[in-house]
Design a protein around this ligand. Structure first.
Ligand SMILES: *Cc1c(COP(=O)(O)O)cnc(C)c1O
Length: 377
């Protein structure tokens, strides 16, 4: 049977084409124009990010971060195994050796207590991934970074409008804590531009070089601000900046951020309130230092057979539930390069994590119905 309720449906606010039309009419549709700057400024101000550059994807933002971190062949980078390929590939392209870390037993995020034992003389960076928009333990991770002089690059692809509450009680936006951070506006995320992303630069040592890498290795951005009287090729780089058409689309989403976030969080809470945990199904738990940004709702089943049966049961009722990452340490590309450590929590989430539909236009009645279907299992 064809699914009636999809896993995701991109939400359009209605203003996207209006702003795209405006960008097109302005005659300036390449990158770094009015809409790019409006978006960048919005994020800098709202989330206390030092500097933001829009990119064509989160993958690109991670690639920029790997270049800025000056990752060289043989350098080691610690990342969780339970993540999307982009987290690893950006560093692989610079020649890094990826040291995969395990997740917590009750949360897919990197287990911050098991990072220190992975640090060697070759370690250059830690890349925490805020899975489902839930914060990693940033105090512990930043402490290790200071102790061993490492860079922290947050993969905040799913973490827009989510926060970390530090031991000092101060609430900080995810993406504002690491030296660098990468976000995604892919159509599966909370706010979208089809494909799109941004790099956040919190450590000002990287600010001017980031602009150069962003603009094909040239100092064009400085030139346009009148800071230098000619521009040319000064460094490595690529074409990482999106066109104004994409930024204009994103601006319409930004204007509706509050609305989108409230609805998504409401749906998330609705799942949580209606589902019962049992010995077969565990509900997600939020660490005391994290907030919920309504990016994703998942359950963890006792074993993979239960997950398959739940997927079929939901499908019979017209609901499309899906699993998620296959641990990267056991991927076709990397398994023979992995050092052989068993990452049992990562494997457990590979086999047992089940994501339920969550998108702006999803109805509460469907959430209640899906919860009932799972409770009755
Ligand atoms: C979506 C996602 C990415 C990739 O984002 P793109 O914008 O598609 O490149 C990277 N990491 C994580 C954790 C993601 O969820």
């Amino acid at each position: 049977m064809e699914s009636i309720i999809p896993f995701n449906k991109p939400y359009l606010t209605g203003k996207e084409t209006h702003y795209i039309y405006d960008a097109v009419n302005s005659g300036k549709i390449s990158g770094n124009g009015k809409y790019t700057q409006k978006c960048q400024q919005f994020f800098e101000e709202r989330y206390n990010f030092k500097k933001v550059l829009l990119t064509t994807s989160c993958t690109d933002a991670l690639e920029m971060a790997a270049i800025l971190a000056n990752i060289q062949p043989g350098d080691e980078v610690i990342i969780p195994s339970f993540t999307f390929v982009s987290t690893a590939i950006a560093f692989i392209r610079q020649g890094a050796t990826i040291i995969f870390a395990d997740s917590y037993s009750d949360n897919p995020n990197i287990d911050a207590d098991k990072i220190e034992e992975l640090i060697t003389d070759k370690t250059k960076a830690i890349v925490p991934v805020h899975y489902a928009g839930v914060a990693c333990d940033m105090d512990k991770i930043m402490y290790l970074a200071t102790k061993y002089n490492l860079l922290v690059i947050e993969d905040a692809a799913q973490a827009i409008d989510s926060f970390y509450i530090g031991k000092d009680g101060v609430k900080k936006a995810l993406g504002s804590i690491g030296h660098l951070a990468a976000f995604s506006f892919h159509e599966t995320k909370n706010i979208i531009s089809g494909e799109g992303g941004m790099l956040v630069i919190n450590d000002s040592r990287f600010s001017s070089r980031a602009e150069i890498i962003w603009e094909k290795g040239t100092n064009r951005a400085e030139f346009f601000r009148g800071e230098v009287n000619k521009y040319g090729w000064v460094d490595t780089g690529s074409s990482f900046l999106p066109s104004e058409i994409i930024a204009a689309f994103l601006w319409a989403q930004i204007e509706n951020l509050e609305l989108i976030q409230n609805k998504r969080k409401m749906l998330h809470n609705c799942y949580y309130d209606n589902l019962q945990s049992s010995n077969l199904i565990t509900l997600p738990s939020l660490p005391p230092y994290a907030t919920n940004n309504g990016h994703m709702f998942y359950v963890v089943t006792e074993n993979s057979e239960i997950r398959s049966e739940l997927i079929s049961k939901l499908k019979e009722k017209g609901y499309h539930a899906v699993f998620h990452y296959i641990s990267l340490h056991s991927s076709a590309y990397y398994s023979d390069k992995h050092d052989g450590r068993v990452l049992s929590n990562s494997d457990k989430f590979t086999e047992c994590l089940l994501r339920l539909p969550l998108f702006y236009e999803l109805n509460e009645v469907d959430v209640v119905d899906m919860a009932k279907c799972i409770n009755n299992y």
